[in-house]
Design a binder for this molecule. Structure first.
Ligand code: GLN
Length: 189
């Protein structure tokens, strides 16, 4: 299986290492041709406004959007969640606009900018796994097709709508590979 990682900005290498650890091929996606033969695509954390800007500059936004709408499995971590959302509470415009969620950027405010907790994620991990949040967004409302995967303190931090998976946290920054395993299971055609 070949999994692409959008490699325009942000935490790319860590995702690639986790994919390889699971025995799949990881490829960098820097231009639209790179998505031709992939079975799934990861949108890493970083800065959503910067990644969105580069996607537009490289004419990748619309073709990527079409591939996702026609079923390409994708996973957005943190900034990736913001890129995939149809609505962003505190931002002027949206980016790929494919998932029926409304997100709040930098939702945890300054005091708890970054934090880590350990919890079991039903349907994803048998045991508690570390969840790392870095200037993370969370979901404040969602449509009927969205399935909530996990909440922390009453806030939605992981969800799925058919072929689209989003997490507020960064499994790639931990040793744990359960979430990557879950995403790979979405990519098997
Ligand atoms: N705060 C960033 C944004 O709004 C996301 C941070 C992250 O990806 N770790 O895009």
């Amino acid at each position: 299986m070949r999994i692409g990682v959008l490699s325009l900005q942000g935490g790319v290498v860590e995702h690639m290492n986790h994919i390889r650890e699971l025995g799949s091929e990881a490829v960098e996606v820097k231009k639209i041709e790179d998505i031709k033969d992939i079975n799934g695509l990861i949108f890493p954390g970083g800065e959503s406004t910067t990644i969105g800007k580069i996607l537009r500059e490289r004419d990748m936004l619309i073709p990527l959007r079409e591939r996702i709408i026609s079923g390409l499995p994708v996973w957005g971590t943190c900034a990736g969640m913001i890129l995939l959302a149809k609505e962003i509470e505190n931002d002027e415009h949206t980016h790929l606009s494919v998932m029926d969620i409304r997100v709040r950027r930098n939702a945890y405010g300054r005091q708890i900018n970054s934090f880590e907790i350990t919890e079991r994620i039903k349907g994803v991990s048998e045991n508690p796994i570390p969840l790392v949040f870095i200037r993370a967004p969370y979901i404040i409302s969602y449509g009927d097709d969205v399935k909530i995967i996990h909440m922390v303190n009453g806030n939605i931090v992981a969800a799925r709508q058919n072929n689209i998976l989003v997490t507020s946290f960064h499994p790639e920054l931990t040793e744990n590979i359960e979430f990557h395993k879950y995403f790979l299971s979405m990519c098997i055609i």
